[in-house]
Write a protein that binds this ligand. Structure first.
Ligand code: FAD
Ligand code: SF4
Length: 397
């Protein structure tokens, strides 16, 4: 007689039910499946356990005395890269989609968890298990909203798939790693992207309406290394808005509480991470965390131009100044914001120093958020590396 796994007796929550992590829920999708059975251990916002899961995924946790690991997590290699022939319509040059397609074509995996959008709304996420390159391509470009990628986990066990690639952001990957052993897989590959300042669908609308000149035609946006938000519109035109001109007083509550409490910007538990913020403008930034990540990257190396990472400037003063500005919701007049953007772009942090700038400003903001809104969680929820990073700055009470 075969025994039924205990999780199969659990029941997924209804879409309208309150999640166990309450307002901190990032809608990662775990609770939409019977794996909710493990939520108390697995949820990134109930049980922060990045150190332990690093050991499980990479055989060691990060070396806190190594400055690069303190910031970027366990890694064996780091570089800037771009596709020689970018994928049209991808977020950057399409390295993520290219790796996924190659893994499927070469039979390394039978399916790829990724997120397309619904027919009605280009920004409404629709997670799927892709089984063809066309389905992977249809998932290219960021859905800049909370996405329940793990909601397809039940389908994996039912389909009998044994080799799987999951693409996702940090909170999804933390929960995935925590239930990895229950999935019945022979091999799991994890391809992560960094993630910060995400929003729910209503929050996205508010962000677009307060920031863009034409919110209804935006197809794609990114907070870029030149300290501007770049919006791309349906007609192919680009609009740029300096960070310092963002209406912080109106945007203060727009980001999801989960993202205001997140300290896993760089997706510590993925095998391979593909972002942009540690690379020169126009290039992508790659962190190879372990041998599985190397195997994945090697599949597309001949499609890429690569260069070593670089680092220039000093972020510290800009970060320290951004802390009270954000806290008090100060917005500069547009002319001053543009000027500040130009000055900081000329003399400001570049490459890895820009990545550190972004990590420092978000971790200090988030530390204050947790301290004020969930003081009882502060000690356990903030990982040691984040405490050290935040400890470099003076914070208001
Ligand atoms: P593509 O080939 O276009 O593929 C994008 C992949 O992302 C698709 O496979 C899709 O399944 C997946 N995806 C799309 N939306 C989501 C979502 N909401 N949740 C989970 N998976 C999703 N990089 C940085 O360096 N710094 C940042 O601050 C940063 N912020 C980000 C915020 C968000 C919300 C997201 C989703 C990504 C962020 N990234 C950030 C990563 C970066 O924007 C690119 O996604 C990454 O460099 C890959 O680009 P690409 O052209 O290779 O991807
Ligand atoms: Fe459940 Fe994920 Fe929300 Fe945590 S973040 S409560 S695991 S859906």
């Amino acid at each position: 007689m075969t025994s039924v796994s205990p999780h199969k007796k659990a029941r997924a929550l209804k879409p309208t039910s309150r999640r166990p992590a309450k307002e901190l829920c990032s809608e990662c999708g775990l609770c939409d499946t019977y794996y909710i059975h493990y939520v108390k251990e697995a949820c990134a916002f109930i049980n922060q356990q990045i150190g332990e899961l690093e050991e499980q995924a990479h055989r060691r946790s990060r070396d806190l005395d190594n400055p690069d690991e303190l910031y970027f997590g366990v890694h064996q290699d780091m570089m800037a890269a771009r596709k020689q022939q970018p994928i049209e319509g991808a977020q950057w040059t399409g390295i993520v989609s290219s790796i996924a397609i190659e893994m499927l074509n070469r039979g390394l995996v039978e399916g790829v968890v990724c997120v397309q959008n619904t027919k009605e709304d280009r920004f409404q996420p629709m997670p799927i298990i892709a089984r063809t390159p066309e389905e992977i391509l249809a998932a290219r470009v960021n859905k800049p909203t909370l996405s329940p990628n793990l909601s397809v986990l039940e389908q994996i066990e039912k389909s009998g798939m044994k080799r799987l690639l999951v693409i996702g952001v940090g909170c999804q990957i933390q929960a995935l790693r925590a239930v990895e052993k229950q999935l019945g897989l022979e091999k799991l590959y994890v391809l992560g992207t960094p993630c910060v300042d995400n929003v729910n669908r209503a929050g996205l609308q508010k962000f677009l309406e307060t920031t863009s000149r034409s919110p209804q035609t935006v197809v794609h946006y990114e907070f870029m290394q030149d300290f501007r938000v770049h919006f791309k519109h349906e007609d192919g035109s680009t609009e740029t808005v300096p960070f310092f001109g963002l209406k912080t007083n109106k945007l203060k509550d727009v980001f999801a509480p989960s993202c205001m409490s997140c300290f896993d910007y760089v997706n510590s538990l993925a095998d391979l991470v593909v972002g942009y913020m540690g690379a020169p403008f126009g290039w992508q930034w790659i962190l190879v965390r372990n041998d599985t990540g190397k195997e994945m990257l090697d599949l597309v190396k001949d499609q890429l131009d690569t260069q070593p990472v670089m680092s220039k400037g000093n972020r510290k003063e800009a970060v320290q100044q951004s802390i009270p500005a954000y806290d008090k919701g100060v917005t500069l007049p547009m002319w001053a914001a543009k000027l500040m953007g130009v000055v900081i772009e000329k003399i400001g942090p570049k490459g890895l120093e820009y990545a550190r700038f972004s990590i420092d400003s978000h971790f200090t903001r988030n530390y204050l958020y947790v301290k004020r809104n969930h003081p009882e969680k502060l000690e356990e929820h903030v990982p040691e590396y984040a405490k050290r990073i935040v400890g470099q700055y003076e914070l208001p009470e």
